[in-house]
Design a protein around this ligand. Structure first.
Ligand code: GLA
Length: 411
């Protein structure tokens, strides 16, 4: 092969590696294996390497003036928003990540510890013949940490097809018996929701929770209800979502906003608008306060498509929160490698997305009080291989951080 031919092959390969190609919407099943795990993902148990350089071009480990200026919570406060991250016990057992969270964020969502798998007690349910909630020690530890450190908490999540034990849907909590009937499941759903809010009050944490994802991921991109593993739907029927919000309204304190949360939201917005408009009481008042946009995005996803969906959902008058933001490199079919160039594109993406969202909030067309990232360090992310977050493994800031901090020139 001559030199010229070799060069052109190399060039084609390079382009293929660095371009988005034909980025198609992620409209199939969510490539979200972590949703279906029955045990905690690695990120829950493993803290990342220590933070080496908290300040840009600065090896001092105490945050300097520049860092304070750049703190995401200070920047978003200007727009009336909290800056959030997901939280695990591993993150707060490591001094460096704990300090980073305290300096950058003022809102937390527990990555796993409030999910149904983690708060439902099988033995106690069998013994008492009633579905029984028991807060685990990690959840209590994180709540205490949040309270001690003035962090607001997003509750996450109650009614979900994933990370929910199957035994709760069966007669006598026994998976070898048939599914329980509608009335039994309505009673269990009501009790589940009631116990959560009651225990939060008893433990003294109701006041730090400002939003709660009552239902997660119930709709598909084709505008139909999810049926795969949708046992609440199968046992109660199509009104299960209305029932969940009705119970949540009955038992949650006024101070907690009730959310519906979903992914691929940019392809579901019509269905979601239609859906939230059914969540009303007999006087036509909303039983829901907000729509949570997970925003698990890719650098090749079209930002305008996303922002149009935001506008559509915001036009319902409900609050809109970005709840699990991360921007992976590439497309969902084909991740791009972690390179300087791809990190720059990612930084610009974060900048465009967040600045446009905040402008809408400022203009009053979107009502929002928080923007949450699904973590901060690539090494702890559920999408680690696609480097979706703001900090490198060694704790240094990526262009993504500067984009998220609206520092366009530093991206
Ligand atoms: C969904 C859930 C989150 C989390 C992520 C994957 O988006 O809402 O709780 O499980 O998937 O980590």
């Amino acid at each position: 092969m001559n030199k010229k031919a070799l060069l052109s092959i190399l060039l084609v390969l390079l382009l293929a590696l660095n371009s988005c190609g034909q980025a198609k919407p992620n409209t199939g099943n969510k490539t979200n294996e972590a949703n279906d795990i029955t045990k905690a993902p690695e990120s829950v148990t493993k803290a990342p390497s220590p933070i080496a350089t908290p300040g840009k071009d600065n090896n001092d480990s105490t945050p300097n003036e520049e860092d304070k200026m750049e703190s995401l919570k200070e920047i978003y406060k200007e727009y009336g928003l909290k800056a959030g991250t997901c939280l695990t016990t591993a993150m707060i057992s490591n001094k460096d990540t704990e300090e980073l969270i305290k300096s950058q964020f003022n809102s937390v969502t527990f990555e796993n510890d409030m999910k149904p798998d983690y708060i439902l007690d099988k033995q106690a349910s069998v013994d008492s013949k009633e579905l029984t909630v028991k807060f685990n020690s990690n959840m209590l530890k994180l709540l205490k940490w949040a309270k001690d450190n003035n962090m607001a908490v997003r509750g996450h999540t109650i009614i979900w097809h994933s990370q929910t034990p199957e035994w709760i849907f069966h007669e006598d909590f026994d998976v070898n018996k048939p599914f329980a009937g509608r009335e039994t499941m309505l009673t269990r759903m009501e009790s589940f929701i009631h116990q959560i809010f009651e225990k939060l009050e008893e433990e003294g944490y109701s006041d730090i929770i400002y939003a709660y994802d009552i239902v997660n991921e119930a709709w598909m991109e084709d505008g139909k209800l999810r049926t795969d593993k949708a046992y609440w739907l199968q046992t109660i029927g199509e009104d299960y979502l209305w029932q969940a919000f009705n119970f949540a309204n009955k038992y949650a304190p006024e101070s907690i906003d009730l959310y519906y949360n979903d992914y691929n939201e940019q392809y579901k917005s019509d269905a979601l608008v239609k859906f939230v408009n059914t969540l009303v009481d007999e006087d036509g008042n909303y039983l829901i306060d907000g729509i949570g946009l997970q925003a698990h995005l890719y650098t090749c996803d079209d930002i305008n498509t996303y922002l149009k969906a935001v506008d559509k959902l915001a036009a319902t008058g409900l609050k809109i929160q970005i709840t699990e933001l991360d921007v992976s490199l590439g497309t969902w079919q084909k991740e791009l490698p972690a390179s300087e160039e791809n990190f720059k594109v990612q930084g610009q993406y974060y900048y465009e997305l967040i600045s446009s969202f905040l402008e809408k909030v400022k203009a009053g067309t979107v009502s929002s009080d928080a923007l949450t990232f699904w973590g901060f360090n690539d090494d702890m992310s559920w999408r680690k291989s696609a480097s979706p977050l703001l900090y490198n493994k060694d704790g240094s800031k990526k262009p993504a951080y500067y984009g998220a901090a609206l520092l366009k020139e530093d991206v």
